[in-house]
Design a protein. Structure first.
Ligand SMILES: Nc1ncnc2c1ncn2[C@@H]1O[C@H](COP(=O)(O)OP(=O)(O)OP(=O)(O)O)[C@@H](O)[C@H]1O
Length: 143
């Protein structure tokens, strides 16, 4: 598997819990490298645009309210098989179903406030990275 990039959000609940460093350390220990990172307070428009695919779902309004409830950290992670590796580190969407030792099992309490987002495919990663980062904010390969 080639080196890939994926997109991560450390959501407002995890930022409020003061575990930005602990979550980022998990990425690094798993061989993923942070190649872009910033803290943002999302507007309603930005959060709704990011989750547009869920706009017809019953939880959409609550999701947008949660994602705008405090600052988030958006990151680009690079490494071998980065999309799948990050999904494995995150665990299941619902923390109650997340495997022991995953980020969501350890730091999240509910499906509404589940600590992290990670792209579900390379195509999503490319779209999500471009949504939040300009070309100049994305470092070239760091080695
Ligand atoms: N049934 C639900 N009730 C409440 N919130 C939900 C529900 N399903 C999903 N969500 C919220 O919407 C987000 C996006 O849902 P999706 O199905 O894309 O999950 P995911 O890919 O595991 O999560 P993410 O996209 O945040 O990485 C979830 O992370 C969660 O916060």
């Amino acid at each position: 598997m080639a080196v890939q990039r994926t997109f991560s959000i450390i959501k407002p609940d995890a930022v409020a819990k003061n575990v930005i460093g602990e979550i980022t350390t998990r990425f690094e220990k798993a061989g993923l490298r942070v190649v872009a990172s910033k803290m943002l307070q999302l507007s309603e428009r930005e959060a709704a645009g990011f989750y547009a695919e869920h706009s017809e779902r019953g939880f959409f309004k609550d999701l947008v309210a949660f994602m705008t409830s405090g600052p988030v950290i958006v990151q680009v992670l690079e490494g071998e098989d980065a999309v799948l590796k990050n999904r494995e580190l995150m665990g299941a969407t619902n923390p109650k179903e997340a495997a022991a030792g995953t980020i969501r099992a350890d730091f999240a309490v509910s499906i509404d406030e589940n600590a992290v987002h990670g792209s579900d495919s390379e195509a999503s990663a490319a779209r999500e990275i471009a949504y939040f980062f300009s070309a100049t904010e994305q470092c070239a390969r760091i080695r």
